[in-house]
Design a protein around this ligand. Structure first.
Ligand code: NAD
Length: 505
């Protein structure tokens, strides 16, 4: 670990506020630890950034924006290409750091950094395609078109569970769009942020833009609240829980800023009698257990047709009982720890509530008696009307519900406050089309014969209802990071007014 930290420039105590590669003074700052969730031991400490430092950081970000927005977009893309290259060179180290600090199994830690590299590649392509439309003017000798301009410094608030990729989804696109980026990471994963920031800020600095990337690790009450209320940040992109999103969304709306919210999910898979059960089994297991149930897209509910429910659950329980749980750096491990002791408490409380509401634990339900935050992935036989099934518990708990009628299963799936990801396993064309129809899944993501998690970056990612409505990554998600300008040009010698209005002077 010592070597890894040295290669990534991490120290025993790390500064929490950065303007590019330059840390701000740490004297007298409160110190917070980052813990390894597999051992409960501290990995390193952070000297937290202050509200005053946030002010400095935003000013630097604004100054960088003034210059960066004048750089042609494809040239901005070239700087982002170099950032992708640096991520490639450090993929192994950064992937291991994800595993150490948030407990993802190593292949997922590496996969997360790969996703950031992919985002850089995607954004490089986008940098030549930030195009608007042209329209026909109703007026003689007039031309209309729209163009897209950068917004300003973009504030990016990230959740702990994707400590590298969530930032990259935002930052890579925001940068090619011509914005500077201020990152406020989760206090549960600050080392990932500091290491990634330092590497990529160096690329920006070498390109002549030292303040293009800024970072602040600080308390939510002082630094976080000040950040979301600061009018110099025209866009706040926030990823995290629904309560956090509600708070951030309201604060930003109050100053009529823009927010892009990527919040909690409560994702379901429907398994119909026409499903390939081997496929469904793998899709459900990865969705529910992958990342120890700590993905926004984790599968939390399954609706299985009553004709196959008994057989399917028997096989799923057998899979659960063989899952290797343990050190996420060990290549044979499939289930790592939860992020912290609080998450373990939430797991226990959710299961107590589920049982009190009539649920039956089919497998799992225990906290492992070893250091770290390890729990057994759990399946609860449940009813759709149990209130706990409508909540997102960020842990590997799967509520299994049997159904008789597909319309009913789709209605149950939709009958929760969140609307992120959804899936159906079926080989029936009619069933899959029913699921994808306008009266089918109400989620931002709807998959057929694929689980709810593991989205590709080429599509726009995000969800409806309390998930917040934001879209990030591919497709035309870049528009959220730019402002649209409609331009009308008159190349004639008259001044005709639209809608036939006359005003002769
Ligand atoms: P969280 O809500 O506890 O924290 C998320 C971020 O918000 C952190 O950086 C935190 O410091 C910040 N924050 C909290 N209060 C703030 C304030 N007042 N001002 C500014 N920032 C503030 O979430 P978490 O535990 O880190 O992550 C898990 C949650 O994130 C789950 O609900 C999960 O579904 C969601 N998530 C959603 C997506 C998505 O794309 N939809 C992706 C990943 C995670």
């Amino acid at each position: 670990m010592k070597d890894l930290f040295a290669r990534l420039g991490l120290k025993d105590v790390n500064p929490g506020a950065w303007i590019g590669t330059q840390p701000l003074p740490t004297l007298g700052a409160p110190i917070a630890d980052s813990e390894n969730p597999s051992t409960g031991q501290p990995l390193a400490s952070i000297a937290l950034g202050s509200a005053e430092q946030l002010d400095q950081v935003i000013s630097a970000s604004q100054a960088a924006f003034e210059a960066w927005r004048l750089v042609p977009a494809p040239k901005r893309g070239e700087v982002v290409r170099q950032m992708g290259q640096v991520l490639r060179e450090h993929k192994d180290d950064l992937g291991r750091l994800v595993t150490l600090e948030v407990g993802k199994v190593l292949s997922e830690g590496l996969g997360e950094v790969q996703e950031s590299i992919d985002m850089a590649d995607l954004a490089v392509g986008m940098s030549r395609q930030l195009f608007g439309l042209t329209m026909h003017s109703e007026r003689h000798s007039h031309r209309m078109y729209e163009q897209w301009h950068p917004l300003g410094p973009v504030g990016v608030i990230t959740a702990f569970n994707f400590p590298n990729a969530v930032w990259a989804w935002n930052a890579m696109v925001a940068l090619v769009a011509g914005n500077s980026v201020l990152w406020k990471p989760s206090h549960k994963a600050p080392l990932n942020a500091i290491a990634t920031h330092r590497l990529l800020a160096k690329v920006a600095q070498d390109a002549g833009f030292p303040g293009l990337l800024t970072l602040i690790v600080g308390a939510n009450r002082s630094v976080g609240d000040k950040m979301i209320n600061d009018h110099r940040l025209p866009l706040i992109s926030a990823t995290g829980s629904v309560p956090m999103g509600r708070h951030v969304g309201q604060a930003v709306a109050k100053r009529l800023g823009r927010s892009l919210l990527e919040l909690g999910g409560n994702n379901a898979i429907i398994v119909t009698p026409d499903a390939d059960l081997d496929l469904a089994l793998r899709g459900v297991a990865f969705g529910a257990v992958g990342t120890a149930g700590q993905r926004c897209t984790s599968t939390r509910r399954i609706f299985v047709h009553e004709d196959i429910a008994q057989e399917f659950l028997r096989r799923l329980v057998a899979v659960y009982e063989q899952l290797p749980i343990g050190d996420p750096l060990d290549a044979s491990t499939l289930v790592g720890p939860l992020i912290d002791a609080r998450a373990v408490k939430d797991y226990q409380m959710a299961l107590e509530t589920a049982v009190a509401q009539g649920g039956e634990i089919l497998t799992g339900g225990q906290v492992l008696d070893r250091p770290g935050n390890f729990v057994r992935p759990t399946i609860v036989r449940a009813r759709a009307d149990m209130p706990i099934c409508a909540e997102e518990t960020f842990a590997p708990i799967l509520y299994a519900i049997s159904y008789t009628d597909l319309d009913q299963a789709i209605a149950w799936q939709n009958d929760v406050p969140q609307g992120l990801s959804s899936a159906i396993f079926t080989d029936s064309f009619r069933e899959s089309e029913r699921f994808l129809a306008a009266h089918g899944s109400d989620c931002g993501i709807a998959n057929v014969n694929i689980g709810t998690s593991g989205a590709e970056i080429g599509g726009a990612f995000g969800g409806e209802k309390e998930t917040g409505g934001g879209r990030e990554a591919g497709s035309d998600a870049w528009k959220a990071y730019m402002r649209r300008q409609t331009c009308t040009l008159n190349f004639g010698s008259d001044l005709p007014l639209a809608q036939g209005v006359t005003f002769d002077i």
